[in-house]
Each structure stands twice: as C-alpha cells, then as structure tokens.
Design a protein around this ligand. Sequence first.
Ligand code: ADP
Length: 168
Amino acid sequence: PRMTKPRIFLPRLVAAMEGVEETYIMIKPDGVQRGLVGEIISRFEKKGFLLKGLKLFQCPKELAEEHYKDLKDKSFYPKLIGYITSGPVVCMAWEGVGVVASARKLIGATNPLQAEPGTIRGDLAVQTGRNVVHGSDSPENGHREIALWFKESELCQWVPAQAPWLME
Ligand code: ADP
C-alpha cells in the first residue's frame, strides 16, 4: 500500500505542510443517481481543499467488503454492501491541512436527520441507509482508503493557481 506523505511542491508553502492530511471521499450510488455529483464536489472545492484524484467507478463486491470490513458484524452490513455496489460511485482523494476532520464536518452526522443544516447530509439526505457520501474517519484510514480505491498513477500532485490565496 502507498504510505508516503502527501506533498506540496512550492517551497514557500512548505511551512503549510504541517498537518497536511489526505482523505477519501466517495459519492455513493444514491448521490450519483440523484444528480448530486456537482453539488457535492463543489462543497469541497469551494472550501479550498486540493483534489488529487477523481473517478466514476462501479465498485466490485470484494472492494466494498474490504472498505467496510470493520462493519462486517453489523446487522446492516449485507444491505450496505448491496447499496455501495448498486451503481457507480464517484471516488475522490482530497488533501489539505486538517482535511479529515473538516470533511467529516462538511459531510455531517451519519444519520441525515441528525445532520446539521449546511452539511451535505443535513441538506441533501433523509436516511442513514441513503446518506449520499462517505468520508474517512481518521488520517490513517484516509491513507488506507485512498490506497485501496486508487492506483498511484490515478493521483496527481499539483499546486493550484489559487494556493497563495488560500494559505499565507
Ligand atoms: P459514517 O459513514 O458516517 O462514517 P459508519 O462508519 O458508522 O458511518 O457507517 C458506514 C455507513 O454504513 C454509513 O455511512 C451508512 O451508509 C451505513 N450505515 C451505518 N449505520 C447504518 C444503519 N443503522 N442502517 C443502515 N445503514 C447504516
């Protein structure tokens, strides 16, 4: 698995590398079917995180099972695997300082009825079993999930033109 630290190349941004993380964000099949792809990507883009990987992908059962292996004893696990493999998902790798926890805040609580207005789930969903988006829950899982869903060649290391306007 790919365990190298995410890198930003501009020397003057080296100081900003402190706390740089990467997180795996996935628009689940309901988000794709409901035409929410642009809306959801837009929220991370506008916030100022760096998009490193992006693809539309039909997830095989084995990959869904590996991704959700910590939940395999839960009663909803078979339904969850069926849900995630029911249609294409949008896989994304995002990088930034504190991106893991911040993305979880943007996404909102697991149960969309408890998610705050302004969050993705709070604004766009009503049920835990159809909660439109996934976000890694720790920096370690961010690395693990990006390595699981992406090949190294599918990830771009780049510096957006707006970088100096996002971080001093
Ligand atoms: P999160 O996605 O917010 O990190 P969990 O890791 O607890 O939440 O669960 C993973 C996913 O499993 C949830 O996003 C949801 O799609 C599904 N899930 C969790 N709990 C339930 C449940 N009680 N019923 C149906 N699906 C569930």
